[in-house]
Design a protein around this ligand. Sequence first.
Ligand code: HEC
Ligand code: HEC
Length: 417
Amino acid sequence: VVALVGLLSACGAPEPTEPSSHAYLDDRAFRRRELIASLTTTDNEYAADRLTHYATGDGNDWDALPVFNPEATPLSSNDLDPTTGVTASALARAGTPFVLPDASAIDDLGLVRLGGLAFFGYPVEPLPLPATLLTPARANELGLWQSAEHGVGGLVLVRADDGSVHPFMTCATCHAAPDADGNVAPGLPNGALDVGAMLGGGASASDPAAAPFLAWGPGRVDVMTSDGSLPVRIPDLRPTRFLTHLHADATVIQRDLAALAIRIETLLVGTAADVSRPPRLVTLALASYVTSLAATLPAAPSEPAVFRDECARCHDGPGLTGAPRPLDVVGTDSAVGLSVERGTGFYRVPSLRGVSTRGPLLHDGTIATLADLFDASRLDDGYTNARHRPGPVLGHEFGLDLAASDHDALLGYLQAL
Ligand code: HEC
Ligand code: HEC
């Protein structure tokens, strides 16, 4: 049984307002109140960890950690050698810390622009692959895209305190991918990225420690457990501003820009194993930038009657999303929603904006395409089209018994989103 704090009180899209964004930078008491108000439940490890360490003002406060802003430089296609991986000259190149303007001199638009630079430039965590193995062919196999504008998979080369240089992922490594025209689209999930294969590092699938990571497959990452047992698909960040709750299991209430900034800030402390924290101007800028990505979504066509009848009670409003639903109502695999790490007893309702251009689908990425999701044979024992695992894909059994004309109208609509 989970204690639900404020799950039902959250309403609609966050408003990026001036006072809360700056209070986030300057006012510890504000950050503490905002953290507490943005936790869906206090009864999971995600909440407990933050309540112990975030803006506490005592000896446990993550504020005392050193700020992480190392020398970094973007990695370009020219830096990769077909046999030796990242070239010696790239590893010797001088980098610079992420440039931080004076917070009092920056307006809302400046914050979004800074966030765009951080999205592709601020180092998040080491790529779990030695630089010498990062050949163009291996990069391609692992789903690291290459682009003239944004380099290789959004990776940056980071100099450690001991002088050694290593490729780091940025937000863009997971949360940007080439669109249908081949342009790298920020926010679009990188469904080809295979972090699990990197972590499995050439071990055989029968190695019990490596097996869970090798089972992730492309487009899935476990940001919850240390043993890798609960991967979720990388979400689409373009519709973030429409969401009332963040994470597949609705762990965070997205009240406003500060709640999103705190989510990003605390995540970066976690990926740094609690030894450093990001500059708060960077996390506020990232939150502003992520919120701005909704403008890159295609306009939604008007809804067919079948959608209003069968779907709009959950997928509603300009973002085609809504309040989280209990696990038993949704019916998809409940392991993530029940987890002690992040579970709330609910799954959030994903925004359907942009759904035709992303994949895989469902929180655990078990479905490849919209046609597969609305194919009733996915409930059959003999079903073989699931991603990552054999057998049927149960749950979300809405719109599966429609007349053929309604089925076609529904799919046509979804495929235009
Ligand atoms: C290694 C891949 C990876 C990297 C790097 C990464 N993320 Fe994520 N991100 C994920 C996954 C996976 C989730 C889904 C977590 C969940 O649902 O519990 C996620 C969720 C999110 C969410 C919540 C979105 C939603 O729909 O619930 C936001 C916001 C976000 N990430 C922003 C960022 C930002 C900003 C950065 C850079 C500082 C970043 N992420 C770096 C993999 C990544
Ligand atoms: C009772 C609420 C509810 C109803 C009704 C509902 N959905 Fe959903 N929908 C959800 C939830 C919750 C999820 C996420 C499930 C998960 O991740 O396991 C979801 C996921 C989806 C997805 C996958 C999106 C993605 O990014 O992975 C699509 C597509 C979708 N719904 C379309 C529809 C359509 C079309 C209908 C009507 C035929 C419908 N839904 C009816 C709650 C609902």
